[in-house]
Design a protein. Structure first.
Length: 287
């Protein structure tokens, strides 16, 4: 257990006064090589967990019952969890592995469940309760959770309202509004409310190889700009970068990593080919 975690009556507390970090929960579990920014406050009545190789950026504020975050989570900062209703027993947030959340608001009056490999673009909001004027006079009141399945990307400025549900591998267009279930897997939805735009079709082997070759060419231009020269060899579906080999279909990897292999891996991520290792992602080239 981290030396900064201590027991206070029925709660556990993690505190780093230098970085202005305060976490209080019934139990706290910080995984291996978790990175925490500055000005973070997390208070839960239940459990708080964040998995291995995860990052919470600056200025995050979490409140609720149970908040459980998987491995390889990345947040750039400014994430808010809780908002109105965070004191309720169903105020639970579950986030799977390899997810990215930016400066987003996730309201958890009711449970929000996020699968693996889910991405939140900027200014996405998730809302689990809505009300204003008296229900006794016929005005609407809604308390419903939100479920986002594996492989979903939420476009910039989108909003998911009470009871929204999104099936696997859906691309949600920018500024979309989701009010019900989007159930057509591997498809693009957009609009207010969000509607099916088209299904995503597989590309053939020749197209895949041609695309990988073009990505490598683009990367080499960037590498040259940064005055680095990794040795890259393509034997589809494998790419060898120096002494590090990746499979672009299964995302499996082996071999030794270095700063040059990191730069290639991190550029590949921008094409949706996310290779997760024990070395963190880095948006800057540092040598």
């Amino acid at each position: 257990m981290n030396d900064s975690i201590f027991k206070n009556k029925i709660d556990m507390i993690y505190e780093d006064k230098k970085k202005n970090i305060y976490i209080k929960a019934k139990s706290i579990e910080l995984g291996e090589k978790v990175s925490l920014g500055d000005n973070i406050r997390i208070t839960t009545k239940g459990d708080f967990k964040i998995g291995d190789y995860s990052r919470l950026g600056n200025d995050c504020n979490f409140e609720g019952n149970n908040i459980l975050i998987g491995k390889h989570f990345y947040n750039s900062g400014g994430m808010i969890v809780g908002a109105g209703g965070q004191q309720y027993p169903n105020a639970n947030l579950t986030i799977g592995d390899r997810c990215v959340v930016h400066k987003n608001i996730i309201n958890i009056c009711e449970p929000v469940i996020i699968g693996n490999d889910v991405g939140f673009s900027g200014k996405v909001e998730v809302i689990t309760h809505g009300f204003w004027l008296s229900a006794l006079e016929g005005y609407p009141v809604s308390f419903k959770g939100v479920n986002i399945e594996d492989g979903v990307i939420l476009g910039f400025g989108s909003t998911l309202l009470m009871g929204a549900s999104i099936a696997k591998n859906i691309v949600l267009g920018a500024h979309s509004l989701v009010t019900k279930r989007l159930d057509e897997e591997k498809s693009i939805y957009a609009g207010t409310p969000a509607k099916l735009i088209r299904r995503i079709e597989d590309i053939n082997l020749d197209q895949r190889i041609e695309l990988v070759e073009s990505i490598i060419v683009k990367y080499k231009e960037i590498a040259k700009y940064h005055e680095i020269h990794p040795v890259i060899e393509l034997k589809y579906p494998y790419i060898l970068i120096n002494k590090f080999r990746i499979n672009v279909i299964t995302f499996e990897h082996e071999g030794s990593e270095d700063n040059e292999t990191d730069s290639f891996r991190d550029y590949f991520r921008k094409w949706g080919i996310r290779i997760y290792t024990k070395r963190p992602f880095n948006t800057h080239f540092e040598f």
